[in-house]
Design a protein around this ligand. Structure first.
Ligand SMILES: Cc1cc2nc3c(=O)[nH]c(=O)nc-3n(C[C@H](O)[C@H](O)[C@H](O)COP(=O)(O)OP(=O)(O)OC[C@H]3O[C@@H](n4cnc5c(N)ncnc54)[C@H](O)[C@@H]3O)c2cc1C
Length: 369
């Protein structure tokens, strides 16, 4: 196994995989080191909605990255399907929000950011989603929001990275970042040393501990999210529907995801009966017919949480050649494409073309040592 590489990415979640894809496209020799399976953590557990939920509540920095990615997902999916034969099932079924206490804010946001969002009457909402358990007073409708099927996206990306020649090292954990004279030199793993010219920390919820080992603090922390999976039939749920923070996502084959919890319980990935009950009841309130179908999955994932929801993307100050792409919290799937391109441009010292890098700068990392 090679023990030297141009660019080493720590973490093979969606963010690490997309970052590696950008870097290898520029002719660099790229290695991903993943302690488990590629995409096996938060990325596998996630819902794949390609929009922040209640997007007007986020800062313009999140909207900017989300918009960049939303416009490019169809192309990525097409490329992956054509080159790997695996279809991640991009579904532009729209997002219907039944609780609308912030309608004015939402409409203002949509106008300012040129987003398709409208207020509709309750009966129009019921026509869009005939299985609703109640007719709301009104709803917010985002007709262009899509979702992807994360496990398929992971498989397709993995196949694509193999084709592109990215060196994939799974089941290997990075224990320590090595640096000499203010410059990154490589990483020490549980299998040995890998020399690297540039290192990207894309370790999701675990990113903080990697950097804390160097005396740097990120503020990234694990935030547990639990999900249920119903084995329903196509058409039982037609849109991404949400109410009071809970949502349903209809997959092409009829499966319906019901999410999710937001729990600050450290690195505990266990599922709980209380969350099962909460998600089940919320799902049936939205679409009662789901009660006719079995729940065939219940899992938890650890989101890379941070206080503002704005990911850290860029160079780590003080250590030349060390970068971070992490802290995407609830929105890593929709923000990932833009984050990966932005970081690649920063690493390759390309004058940034896609987006202003300032809001994502690693200012939150303060040297402690
Ligand atoms: C229930 C739930 C629902 C969600 N729904 C959505 C949604 O609908 N839309 C959306 O956009 N986002 C959603 N998200 C958020 C999204 O899944 C995450 O933001 C995204 O997956 C983060 O990707 P990541 O690559 O940073 O993290 P991860 O997928 O967790 O990947 C990080 C990887 O780094 C590896 N790693 C860590 N430390 C080391 C080490 N020392 N050495 C080697 N490898 C290491 C880990 O094993 C892991 O595989 C959801 C998340 C959850 C949990």
């Amino acid at each position: 196994m090679r023990s030297t590489t141009d660019c080493l990415v720590i973490g093979g979640g969606l963010i690490g995989m997309l970052t590696a894809r950008e870097l290898v496209a520029t002719g660099h020799d790229v290695t991903i080191v993943e302690k488990g399976r590629l995409g096996g953590e938060s990325t596998w557990a996630g819902g794949g909605i390609l929009s922040p939920l209640y997007p007007w509540r986020y800062s313009p920095a999140v909207t900017a990255l989300a918009s960049w990615g939303q416009a490019r997902y169809p192309r990525l999916i097409e490329e992956l399907r054509d080159t790997t034969g695996i279809d991640p099932q991009w579904e532009p079924c729209g997002l219907l929000m039944l609780d609308t206490p912030e309608t004015a804010q939402a409409l203002q946001w949509a106008q300012a950011h040129d987003q398709a969002l409208e207020r509709i009457e309750g009966d129009a909402a019921a026509r869009l989603e005939p299985g609703l358990g109640f007719t709301p007073d009104g709803a917010l409708w985002m007709s262009e929001v899509a979702h992807v099927r994360n496990p398929r996206l992971i498989r397709a990306l993995r196949a694509s990275l193999e084709r592109l020649g990215v060196n994939l090292r799974e089941g290997e954990a990075v224990r320590e970042l090595s640096h000499r004279g203010g410059r990154i030199s490589g990483v020490r793993t549980d299998r040995g040393y890998i020399a690297a010219g540039q290192v990207v920390v894309a370790g999701g919820a675990w990113s903080a501990s990697l950097l804390a080992g160097m005396g740097l603090e990120t503020g990234i922390e694990p935030v547990r999210g639990q999900m249920l999976l119903f084995e329903a039939l196509p058409g039982v749920v037609r849109r991404i529907v949400m109410n009071a923070g809970h949502y349903l996502i209809p997959r092409r084959d009829g499966h319906v995801l019901a999410g999710s919890t937001v729990e600050y319980v450290g690195f505990d990935k266990s599922t709980t009966d209380a969350a099962h009950q909460l998600l089940y009841e919320a799902a049936l309130r939205l679409v009662p017919a789901l009660g006719d179908f079995p729940v065939v999955g219940h899992w938890a994932g650890l989101r890379p949480g941070n206080r503002e929801g704005v990911p850290s993307i860029g160079a780590v100050p003080g250590i030349e050649g060390l970068f971070i792409n992490s802290g995407h919290f609830r929105n890593g799937v929709v923000l990932g494409l833009g984050s990966a391109r932005l970081l690649a441009e920063i690493m390759l010292k390309i004058t940034t073309t896609i987006i202003d890098p300032d809001p994502y700068r690693v200012a939150g990392i303060s040297a402690l040592a």
